[in-house]
Design a protein around this ligand. Structure first.
Ligand code: AHR
Length: 494
């Protein structure tokens, strides 16, 4: 057992936690959209306009604030006009990035925007810069958002939608330094400036335009942030993106197995997850040079664990299982994003269903909520909260390789949400937390943990790792609790 002293000052408000920090990402990749979220209107699986009803309910429960679509790498080869109108006549396409499979475009603009409306979440569109045209993107915006008489608005009406949808978040390209065109930053910046000029605000809709930022650290990506920031301003872009995946091994050829890992690999995984904090700090430092008032924010629109694909599955489908290790990694990342919420306005886990660190896995009509899903459920109290000052002694674990505790604290409507992760698989953590500037007589808590870090939920064992009530002791000055090793805890004080 190791002891950690924690201190919270609720009077010291640091930043607003945008709900979009709890965002998700859905790409035409493997079984994320087709045979995942979307099963089609004729499926025997209960659905709303072809989208699984159980998935809609699960997304609503965690208050999914924003959903990014259609990619990823896929976005830069997506031509939206192939995905509208009579489904039986839609042009088919080859998904060259992900398994070379042929898609029938039955999930397109209407299906996506109707889904977001049903969920009550913000749609986040990734526009095609790599293989599209300025006109194609500009017409997509007109199709979605224009209320008057125009060629694209008329086409939308012809396809059955009278009123425009709302569209706030618009990404202009995706990983344009890589799958989105292998561009030099100089080239992308010029394209960005051009594309964004023709993405108009129609009928009272206001776009929040997002430029493609770096994909990690290192000279190339710090240079990308530097040159991008030098050549844009807040009237052209409200945010730039950062992509950062966590690999246990840091080796893209041998990423490691999702379920079979040893103690060493576990601690490496947490250590590599913590690099997110360094990355954000380093990129924000560069952003500050050009934008000291923080008018351009940072969006981590792809993050999560990336393992070797599950044996026997299509290598292009990126299907992997999910264990308590994933839960701890999710909690650590979300605490980091909260901590940086002054600059980080959104984050999107990759990906929502059946791909990478998914929150949901499906098999036929069955559906499973992963440990990562439960972490989003436990952290939802932070959405729209005010991050407040918190401090914890740096007690280390795993042969001193990582800090034992990950934490963040917010206050909203007189309720304090404290999210904690005991990142150790060796030591329980005795927490004693003193709180100032907040009157709360009651403390309630829930926990996500398992006897073994390798445990997760799968189709045959959907409830092995679930949220349970957890005992904390309310003290005069705050609370105390013993967090079992490898656990995620939310304490709610009111
Ligand atoms: O999430 C999988 C892929 O990872 C995305 O398509 C791409 O943007 C990134 O490289």
């Amino acid at each position: 057992m190791k002891s950690v002293k924690m201190y919270v000052n609720a009077a010291e408000k640091i930043s607003h936690i945008n709900p979009e920090i709890y965002g998700h990402f859905s790409e035409h990749l493997g079984r994320c959209i087709y045979n995942g979220i979307y099963v089609g209107e004729d499926s025997s699986i209960p659905n709303v306009n072809g989208v699984r009803k159980d998935i809609i309910d699960a997304f609503k429960k965690i208050k999914m604030p924003v959903l990014r679509w259609p990619g990823g790498c896929f976005a830069d080869e997506y031509h939206w006009k192939n995905g509208i109108g009579d489904k039986s006549k839609r042009a088919k396409m080859v998904n060259t990035n992900w398994g070379g499979i042929t898609e029938d475009n039955s999930f397109g603009t209407h299906e996506f925007f109707d889904l977001c409306e049903e969920l009550g979440c913000e749609p986040y569109l990734a526009g095609n810069v790599g293989s599209g045209t300025v006109r194609e993107l500009s017409e997509w915006i007109e199709y979605i958002t224009f209320d008057g008489i125009s060629p694209m608005a008329d086409l939308r009406r012809k396809n059955g939608r009278e009123k425009p949808w709302k569209l706030k978040y618009l990404g202009i390209g995706n990983e344009n330094w890589g799958c989105g065109g292998n561009m030099r930053v100089e080239h992308y910046v010029d394209l960005y400036r051009q594309y964004q000029s023709f993405c108009k605000n129609y009928s009272g809709n206001e776009l929040y335009k997002i430029a493609c930022g770096p994909g990690g650290g290192g000279d190339m990506f710090y240079d990308w942030t530097d040159k991008l920031m030098k050549n844009i301003n807040p009237s052209m872009a409200k945010a730039i993106t950062l992509h950062q995946y966590t690999l246990p091994t840091n080796d893209w050829n041998h990423k490691g197995d999702a379920v079979k890992f040893d103690r060493n690999e576990y601690y490496d995984t947490i250590d590599h997850t913590l690099y997110m904090d360094t990355l954000i700090k380093n990129h924000v430092k560069i952003m500050d040079r050009y934008d000291p008032n923080g008018e351009i924010s940072l969006i981590v629109d792809e993050w999560g664990l990336w393992f070797d694909v599950e044996e026997g599955t299509n290598p292009g489908f990126l299907y992997q299982k999910n264990t308590m290790r994933d839960a701890v990694v999710a909690a650590v990342n979300l605490n980091i994003f909260n901590t940086h919420s002054k600059r980080v306005s959104m984050a999107n886990l990759a990906q929502a269903v059946n791909v990478l660190q998914a929150i949901i896995l499906t098999e036929g009509e069955k559906m499973v909520l992963t440990p990562t899903y439960h972490v989003f459920d436990m952290f939802k109290g932070h959405q729209n909260g005010e991050l407040v000052y918190s401090y914890a002694d740096e007690v280390r674990t795993g042969d001193d390789r990582i800090p034992l505790l990950s934490k963040s604290v917010s206050v909203k409507d007189g309720v304090m949400t404290v999210t904690l992760a005991n990142c150790s698989i060796d030591d329980d953590a005795e927490i004693s937390c003193n709180i100032e500037g907040f009157d709360g007589a009651d403390a309630e808590a829930v926990i996500l943990t398992a006897d073994d870090v390798h445990m997760g939920n799968d189709i045959d064992h959907p409830d092995d790792v679930v949220i349970k009530p957890f005992e904390v002791t309310k003290t005069d000055r705050g609370f105390s609790a013993v967090l079992p090793k490898c656990s995620v805890v939310t304490v709610t004080l009111r």
